[in-house]
Design a protein around this ligand. Structure first.
Ligand SMILES: [Zn+2]
Length: 218
C-alpha cells in the first residue's frame, strides 16, 4: 500500500482498454479528455482488487464479505481475497520496490489523487502553509512557503545554516506551544557556528536575531 496512491489494481492497462474501445492504432495522447475519462472509468471498473487504506487491507472485488469462523478465532480472509495471492498481476504489484522519495514526483498525474492529497494536507493542518494561493501572490500564485519547501527538498538551498535556522524556528515554536522554555535547546551545528560568528561581530545584532529565530545563549 505504501508503494502506490492507487485505489486498486489488476485492471488492463489504459493503452489496452483504449485499443479495445477505439482502434488498434489509437494512442493515449490522441484521445479527447472525454474519451480518456471513459477509458479511466472502465479501468477502475475492471479492477481485480481494491485498497482499503483506513483498515490496512486489500480486498478482492469479489470479496464474500461474510466468513464463518469458530468463536474466539480471528476470521481468515475469504477465499476470493486469498485467491489474489495467486493472481499474476497481484504478485507483480506486491513485488514492486517502494520508489525512492525523490522519484515520487515522477508519478504520472493520472495515477495521483489530488482530492485525497488535499484532504490529507488539510488534515495535517499544512494546507494553508503550502497552498496559500491568492491574487496578491507573485507570478505563479504559489505560496512562498511552498517554494521554500520545494527548494529545500530538491537541494536548491545548499546552505545548512538556512535550513538549520528553519529547524530552530520550528523547534522553538514547538517548545513555546508546549509551555517549555527555549533555553538549552540543541541546534544544528552549522546554525550554531553562524550564531557564534554573528555574536562575535555584534552581540546586539545577535540578541535581536536570537529573539526571533532562536540560537544558543551567549
Ligand atoms: Zn474477502
Amino acid at each position: 500500500m505504501a508503494r502506490t496512491p492507487a485505489s486498486g489494481g489488476g485492471a488492463p492497462s489504459r493503452a489496452w482498454i483504449a485499443k479495445e474501445l477505439f482502434s488498434d492504432e489509437v494512442q493515449w495522447c490522441d484521445l479527447t479528455d472525454k474519451d480518456q475519462r471513459m477509458v479511466i472509468r472502465r479501468q477502475v471498473s475492471l479492477q481485480k482488487w481494491k485498497v482499503g487504506r483506513s483498515v490496512s487491507a486489500i480486498f478482492s472485488m469479489d470479496c464474500h464479505c461474510d466468513i464463518l469462523t469458530l468463536e474466539g478465532n480471528d476470521p481468515e480472509p475469504c477465499s476470493a481475497c486469498q485467491k489474489l495471492l495467486s493472481l499474476h498481476a497481484f504478485q507483480v504489484a506486491i513485488r514492486c520496490q517502494i520508489p525512492d522519495d525523490k522519484k515520487m514526483k515522477f508519478v504520472p498525474k493520472a495515477y495521483r489523487d489530488p482530492d485525497l492529497g488535499q484532504i490529507y494536507l488539510k488534515y495535517h493542518g499544512v494546507w494553508e502553509l503550502v497552498e496559500q494561493a491568492s491574487e496578491d501572490l507573485p507570478d505563479d500564485g504559489q505560496s512562498p512557503y511552498l517554494k521554500f519547501a520545494q527548494r529545500c527538498a530538491d537541494g536548491t538551498y545548499k546552505s545548512e545554516t538556512l535550513t538549520g535556522m528553519v529547524q530552530a524556528l520550528v523547534l522553538k515554536q514547538k517548545r513555546v506551544d508546549a509551555g517549555k522554555s527555549s533555553r538549552n535547546m540543541k541546534y544544528d551545528s552549522s546554525f550554531d557556528q553562524f550564531c557564534d560568528l554573528l555574536s562575535s561581530i555584534s552581540k546586539r545584532a545577535y540578541l535581536t536575531f536570537q529573539k526571533h529565530f532562536g540560537g544558543s545563549g551567549l
